[in-house]
Design a protein around this ligand. Structure first.
Ligand code: AVI
Length: 324
């Protein structure tokens, strides 16, 4: 019997073909880090003492949920881009639901994430949860159609996911978001701030090796899904900070010269010793940069809160009227 052909995710195959099988800096879009195992490893990262980002985000939401609700009077529906497990969102939903019935639309491409978010949040009194299995912007368009008459929309984009976009892409994404919304609608944007170098590096290269496993898993994923033969022990996780770009970069560096075969696309990838695959950028912001970015995309700032323990900002923005 012929061997079973590996299941080809054509988008992953296309990215491997475009970004790995080439000379110059090899890259992979960071979204490929998040298969089932990658998502579980990311959840483990959020528990690491060295990675304070998620706890800072949660502390700020808990401490300021009432102030956020108070700044946005009237009936609101809430849409969350990338619902994750939903734990952090609980305080916001409770604050809005105390005021009146609140529609909540968690949006995620992962059915597993949506399920766990539903389990955590569906029993909050006054909250009507509707899962939206879609990409961020498509999902937001669906949520906007489904909100009740007279409800405004608060979009939650938490956890510094905005930091995984480069600056032009972040501005473009926020502008597209703005274009879907109307005056009176709002955005709560969580973004990680610049902090001492050693703290940033430890956060992305922890001594237990969880982040290394998260990064290396992308090669295992290519082996599983595209029938490749990456030897993971021949690659080393590295995190560095580019201060000109203000971003942490994650790389996988080849420990030796080698050739990797990728059956699904019938190609070989050649590595020199020391050559790297750039797998993720995580931009670190200054407070004013967040305001400038939002302003350029058509939002105005209502408030900004910063955590005392781990520099991280929650910025509440509302949609600016278009100039006539
Ligand atoms: C999801 N994202 C905001 C995380 C970050 O900090 O950029 C992903 C991550 N990568 C390594 N550690 C965590």
């Amino acid at each position: 019997m012929p061997a079973l052909a590996p299941a080809v995710d054509s988008e992953l195959a296309a990215d491997v073909l475009a970004d790995l099988v080439r000379s110059g800096q090899k890259e992979l879009p960071s979204r490929w880090l998040y298969d089932q195992l990658g998502s579980a490893l990311f959840d483990a990262i959020t528990l690491l003492p060295e990675y304070g980002l998620t706890r800072a985000d949660a502390r700020l939401l808990k401490a300021n949920a009432e102030a956020i609700a108070a700044a946005l009077p009237g009936p609101f529906a809430i849409a969350e881009l990338g619902s994750g497990s939903g734990i952090k969102t609980k305080w916001i939903l409770e604050a809005f639901a105390r005021r009146g019935p609140t529609n909540y639309f968690p949006i995620d491409v992962s059915g597993t994430a949506l399920e766990s978010c539903s389990l955590t949040l569906r029993s909050i009194p006054g909250v009507r949860l509707t899962e939206v299995h879609a990409t961020y912007l498509d999902g937001l368009a669906q949520a906007l159609e489904q909100r009740s008459a007279g409800q405004r929309m608060l979009v939650l984009f938490l956890g510094s996911t905005i930091g995984n976009f480069d600056f032009p892409a972040a501005r473009g994404f926020l502008s597209q978001l703005r274009a879907l919304l109307s005056p009176g609608d709002a955005l709560l944007l969580g973004a990680d701030l610049v902090k001492p170098l050693s703290q940033m590096l430890e956060g992305y290269d922890d001594p237990t090796g969880v982040t290394a496993a998260f990064n290396l898993n992308v090669l295992a994923r290519i082996n599983r899904e595209l029938g490749a033969d990456f030897d993971l022990r021949q690659f080393q996780h590295q995190a560095c900070f580019d201060s000109d770009e203000s971003r942490i970069e994650m790389h996988l560096r080849a420990r030796s010269a080698q050739i990797v075969n990728v059956a699904a696309i019938d190609r070989q990838i050649r590595f020199e010793a020391g050559e790297s695959i750039w797998t993720e950028s995580s931009y670190k912001f200054r407070r004013t940069e967040i305001l400038d970015l939002a302003q350029a995309a058509g939002f105005e700032t209502r408030a900004q809160w910063v955590d005392d323990e781990w520099p991280f900002a929650e910025t509440l923005l509302t949609v600016r009227e278009r100039a006539k």
